[in-house]
Design a protein around this ligand. Structure first.
Ligand SMILES: [Zn+2]
Length: 864
């Protein structure tokens, strides 16, 4: 799945302190008949579940998962005899045990359970959603919530087929994994009953139902029917998704030797949805904002998000749905693969999207998290629902994708594709482990992929590769040394050793890739002597690099001409990480980026300016902040004057994106008054409807206008958010409320988090915006704490707690760190336990960076 906005993950979080246990493997499900009679008006449903099982050993009792339901009858039939079972619910273990007087013999048996339950409002299980005065019922089961909708063997390895029947009011239609094969009136007056085709063999967490007033646009790819569905008012926003879905399905069919396995594909935008999107087999469910967009005004970022999330979810049809991890400890196999695959069709679809830079960014996201002491290996031991939820993090997604990408580059695209297909063919409609996958790629490629991957999958952390180049007899050689990289300068050493595919290049020679397996090794690097040897050619390596000061200076000089954009991206990111780790100083970083003022690629420039924002906020003092701002202004003004404030008719998307980065940086760091005035005028004009904003620039201008904005602008933003026709515009104005800095407006914006107008699914992300604004951070935290009894239950919906706790890492004092730790000790968040450790570690690192780097910064500024 894809998480809600902040995270591209599809998931749902549990807030309960459950300690569910594994089911015995002595009874195996084969097929389910699932009947749901859904009463939207009274927010409840009746269910009947029939399960054909295979009993391995005669037993008087069968235990399966069931939670928050009332079972009214249960029988077990075998060998022609039906016995009534007594039922013992164990809410702690999330199970129901059916016990019969005479043991059920080994062999085939059938369980039938009748029950009823409420449609909950917690966005998990089978839940209630509302929009436009209508009610909807929707499922979200991953990871462990199918058991809230029907009694089942709720673990990924218990695969079975499902026959779904839904009875509902005549005005509501149901969408499920299969196609509707019959739709008849009754049984009650005003009801109709929809029967769906049997599903393929799959895990319980992939079963899906959406019921309500949906309308769809229809298309197809490779003879597979595709529908994009939404509430009727949002139907006009489905066109872009349909175009993309058709392209992606065609691409994935060509990549794989197994064609799309689930017959039809429905993609449904649901009014309330906790995760970003969920890859139910043949029926992907979505948060509206990640799927629906105005095809005329959608920004570049929104187009890429719609495409990327669709590609991620559709990739899951193979990775996850067709072949599923054996247990949740290998969730990275699902999520890392879907994240990796998502960029394949995107890169083919539009070269101007510069997908390689997005991938480099993804690598950095993963490496940043993996540099903390509180990281975990890709393969991670999990048992309880809370632990399982916690594993849906950037390690599973972005590190998984980065490691897969590095290995793909190491063995070559075609060999890798063959390995992937061999793996899928071998385990289709079944389950597999990390070892199965590594073995498949090793066998096909003939390269030691299993040994390479094992060092990245089973060990936590990221290697630091130190590079020392030498010149002997007119030829370059390079000595590489590896050790684990920690952000914390005080972290104790650690003995991990990786087998790293390292790609070397020098100015004028093509990349030469080597396998670096020892603690220290020397490799030839080129036929001529070079002042630098760059050790992450292509920017796909999952490691940090550290160069000698001389090599850094030489690289700074040559970067723009000799390095590709993803390589420049990794170079500046690595150098900044070395500053944060106390290995280099901020002066080294500023020396390097002083050469980046004319960087043509906005994403690379943003990697530079993001760190300049950090320096401005945390490392400058009142005495030297003006000098730092002068440096930033001088660095960026030539580029800004070249692109200008206003859009020109012949501007490329690259140029418009560069303008966005320059304006956002100058508006934020230097508080440039002409930019502030220009932003306000442009936003006023857009709000009046006289001149629309350039979609690429809109977010930056709206935030700049908000930071200096008054009450009338606040009112206008709220109104614009409420009447927006596309989710993009809605959230652009809604989240900008957090950027107003006048105290009375900060209070109004915070109070809005408590109002019923804000959907619960948005509470966490809305509040998280405030922590990114230095002027509002303290007040927002005080507000969150004061209203926790009210806000907490909304924040803990669907990894919202993870997003919120992640956002708190913007604090940078020992006092705030201790306060955050104490607060969550008193108000624990089961799914965000590890995230809290990471946030504490990041605040500590910020505090330490401040202590360590303020003096070098002052020295560097005064020497200029
Ligand atoms: Zn996913």
């Amino acid at each position: 799945m894809i998480r809600g906005a902040a995270f591209l993950l599809c998931m749902l979080a549990l807030s309960m302190a459950a300690s569910a246990e594994r089911l015995p493997t002595s009874v195996l499900p084969d097929h389910y008949d699932l009947k749901f009679d859904i009463d939207l008006a009274h927010a409840q449903f009746k269910g009947e579940t029939g399960v054909d099982v295979h009993v391995i050993q005669a037993t008087p009792a069968i235990t399966l998962n069931a939670l928050e339901m009332t079972i009214t009858s249960a029988t077990i039939s075998a060998n022609g005899r039906t016995q009534t079972a007594t039922v013992t619910m164990n809410p702690e273990a999330q199970t129901a045990t059916l016990r019969v007087p005479q043991p059920v013999p080994a062999g085939k048996a059938r369980i039938v359970i009748a029950y009823h339950a409420a449609l909950n409002e917690n966005l998990r299980g089978l839940y209630l959603s509302r929009a436009n005065s209508r009610s909807y019922a929707v499922t979200q089961f991953e990871s462990t919530d199918a058991r809230r909708a029907f009694p089942c063997f709720d673990e990924p390895s218990f695969k079975a087929t499902y026959a779904v029947t839904v009875t509902a009011d005549r005005g509501d239609i149901a969408i499920s994994n299969g196609r509707i094969v019959s739709d008849k009136p009754g049984p009650g007056a005003g009801q109709h009953t929809m029967v769906f085709t049997n599903t393929a063999k799959m895990s319980t967490y992939l079963v899906a139902i959406a019921l309500g007033d949906f309308q769809c646009v229809e298309g197809s790819a490779d003879d597979t029917p595709i529908r994009i569905c939404a509430t009727p008012d949002k139907k006009p926003l489905t066109g872009l998704a349909l175009e993309f879905a058709e392209y992606i399905l065609d691409f994935l069919n060509r990549y794989h030797t197994i064609k799309y396995p689930f017959g039809k594909l429905d993609v449904v935008a649901v009014p309330d949805f906790a995760a970003g999107a969920m890859e139910n087999a043949g029926a992907i469910f979505y948060r509206e904002t990640d799927l629906l967009a105005d095809s005329h005004s959608a920004s570049l970022a929104t187009r890429k998000t719609v495409f990327g999330v669709l590609a991620h979810e559709m990739a899951h049809m193979w990775f996850g749905d067709l072949v599923t991890m054996q247990w949740w400890d290998d969730i990275w196999l699902n999520e890392g693969f879907a994240t990796w695959m998502a960029t394949r069709p995107a890169a083919a679809f539009n070269k101007a999207w510069h997908i390689a830079l997005d991938e480099a960014d993804e690598n950095q996201t993963a490496i940043n998290l993996d540099s903390l002491k509180s990281t975990h290996p890709l393969h991670v031991s999990v048992a309880t629902p809370g632990e399982i939820e916690g594993a849906f993090d950037r390690i599973s997604y972005e590190k998984g994708a980065s490691v897969v990408r590095m290995v793909e580059a190491y063995v070559g695209d075609e060999a890798f594709r063959k390995g992937v297909n061999a793996h899928l063919e071998k385990h289709q409609y079944a389950n597999a482990t990390s070892e199965d996958f590594m073995g498949a790629v090793a066998a096909v490629s003939g390269k030691p992929v299993d040994r390479v991957m094992a060092t990245f999958v089973l060990q936590p952390g990221v290697p630091l590769v130190s590079i020392a180049n030498a010149c002997t007899n007119g030829q370059s050689s390079v000595s590489l040394t590896q050790k684990r990289f920690f952000l914390d300068p005080g972290a104790a050493g650690s003995n991990e050793r990786w087998q790293i595919p390292v790609c070397l290049k020098t100015a004028g020679t093509p990349a030469n890739c080597v396998l670096f397996t020892e603690e220290k090794q020397t490799f030839p690097a080129g036929m001529t002597c070079s002042p630098w040897v760059f050790a992450n050619a292509g920017g796909k390596g999952y490691y940090r690099t550290a160069y000698t000061p001389d090599a850094i200076k030489a690289l700074a000089r040559d970067a723009e001409s000799a390095l590709e954009a993803p390589e420049r991206f990794s170079l500046v990111s690595d150098e900044w990480a070395l500053v944060r780790a106390g290995r280099d100083t901020v002066a080294n970083y500023l020396d390097l980026v002083s050469g980046f003022g004319n960087e043509p690629m906005a994403d690379v420039l943003a990697a530079v300016t993001g760190r300049l924002g950090f320096i401005n906020e945390y490392l400058t003092t009142p005495a030297n902040q003006p000098a730092f701002q002068t440096f930033v202004r001088r660095l960026l003004t030539p580029a800004y004057e070249s692109v200008g404030f206003d859009r020109k008719a012949d501007d490329s998307e690259d140029r418009r994106t560069l303008r966005r980065t320059l304006i956002a940086t100058l508006g934020d760091i230097t508080r440039d008054s002409t930019i502030a005035t220009g932003a306000r005028q442009a936003v006023d004009a857009a709000l009046k409807g006289t001149a629309p904003l350039d979609p690429i620039l809109a977010g930056a201008l709206i935030n700049i206008a908000a930071s200096g904005g008054d009450a009338s602008l606040f009112d206008a933003f709220l109104a614009a958010s409420n009447k927006a026709t596309s989710p993009e515009e809605h959230y652009r104005y809604l989240y900008a409320l957090a950027s107003f800095e006048q105290p009375a407006l900060v209070e109004r914006a915070l109070e809005y988090a408590r109002s019923s107008e804000l959907r619960s699914q948005d509470t966490s992300l809305y509040l998280s915006q405030f922590f990114g604004i230095r002027a509002n951070r303290e007040r927002a935290w005080a507000f969150t704490k004061a209203h926790w009894p009210e806000l907490g239950p909304k924040i803990t919906i669907s990894l919202g707690d993870v997003n919120l706790v992640t956002a708190l890492a913007s604090f940078c004092t020992p006092e705030s760190r201790d306060d955050i730790a104490a607060f969550f000790k008193a108000h624990p968040l089961p799914a965000a336990g590890r995230t809290l450790q990471q946030t504490i570690e990041r605040i500590n690192n910020c505090v330490e960076t401040k202590q360590r780097q303020q003096t070098p910064l002052a020295g560097w500024l005064s020497a200029r």
